[in-house]
Design a protein around this ligand. Sequence first.
Ligand SMILES: [Fe+2]
Ligand SMILES: [Fe+2]
Length: 192
Amino acid sequence: MELEEMQTRLEKELPAKRFHHTVAVSQTAVELARLYGVDEKKAAIAGMLHDSGRQIPKKDFIAKAAELGIPLDEVEKAQPILIHAKLGVYYAEHEFGVTDPDILSSIRYHTTGAAHMSPLAMVIYLADLIEPHRDFEGVDTLRQQVRQGLEYGMLKAYIHTMAYLMEQGQLIHPDCLAGYNELIMAQEANQQ
Ligand SMILES: [Fe+2]
Ligand SMILES: [Fe+2]
């Protein structure tokens, strides 16, 4: 399926605000892809489909995952909003005909991050956080940091996200911590 067709379909399936976010993530992903030498077409598609899991209401995420045979971990069961990433992989594959494993894994890890992410997956994770509609405290600093280096931007994004989640008394997904630990270890190895 072509990008325009995906966009037309998502406009019908997603709530308006989510759809505008989706288009902005796709555009921001293309900008970051250009900056970091990542395939721009894949970035546009992965950005467009990253929240396709949100075409059903949050209250139905657990039941839908069960229906599709998608296994959930303890943190996802306790924080069901995270499940839209796994549902998004399913929709990307089965409704939008995506077969590219890098695009699918970018959708899979866009909420939590993870260790061993591809440059495309990092681009999508960061585009989701810094697209122009985002207005949380510190977003402008993060926008600058993301343009100073892909892994540097990821590290700053993890720090920002985990600090926020801890302040709110929310769970931190192990994949997020694994992504953070990987980057800190790489940083330490570089300093030795
Ligand atoms: Fe999302
Ligand atoms: Fe998103």
